[in-house]
Design a protein around this ligand. Sequence first.
Ligand SMILES: C[S@@+](CC[C@H](N)C(=O)[O-])C[C@H]1O[C@@H](n2cnc3c(N)ncnc32)[C@H](O)[C@@H]1O
Length: 201
Amino acid sequence: MLIGVGLGPGDPSLLTLLAVDVLKSAIKVFVPGRLAFDLVKPYADPEILTFPMTHDVERLQKAWRQHVEEIARYAVDGPTAFGVIGDPNIFSTFSHLAKMMRIAKPHVQITTVPGVSAVTACFSRLNEQVGASFVISDGSAVESKLALKATKPRDMANTFREEGFTDLVLLERGFTKKEKVYTKNFPLKGEYFSILYGKRT
Ligand SMILES: C[S@@+](CC[C@H](N)C(=O)[O-])C[C@H]1O[C@@H](n2cnc3c(N)ncnc32)[C@H](O)[C@@H]1O
């Protein structure tokens, strides 16, 4: 199994307990750079995967393919971690790796361990409070939307669809014993601890 592990924004004390457990028990840990290496080092013996400094797509693809092959050699045998800064699902190297792995090695199971993202950590550092909708962008087109407090999931889902976000998931009480995930038949009334996530298809 391949596990993308979020290592937090850079402070070693911002790794989660689960991240530490996974790093300790993995048969092999890969990282994409020095900062991630230093965060993992107290718990495992990480290997840095390097990429050529080039815009040459062919050369980059070749490097990715080689890395996928190497990671898969371990991931077919046991838990193999790939540690990344922040969260492994937010603007992350891991997402690209997982996509390539799914194509090249569909039998390798893939999962992720969330990390404290720079997206949330910066508000603590900057002493900023967010109480209204805000935008996260890396300059690319908006392809997804996430709504907190999805207490009226069915109505919200219809609004999302009208806006073009038609691939929808509702997460209620995520990472708790009462977790529920809906992809259809969204309830009329929902939980306060809920998130509706929509993607353009
Ligand atoms: C490829 S994205 C990775 C984001 C990461 N997966 C996360 O969830 O934080 C890299 C960008 O994250 C931001 N970033 C990551 N760590 C940061 C930190 N410690 N301080 C400020 N920005 C950071 C920067 O904008 C950087 O260009």
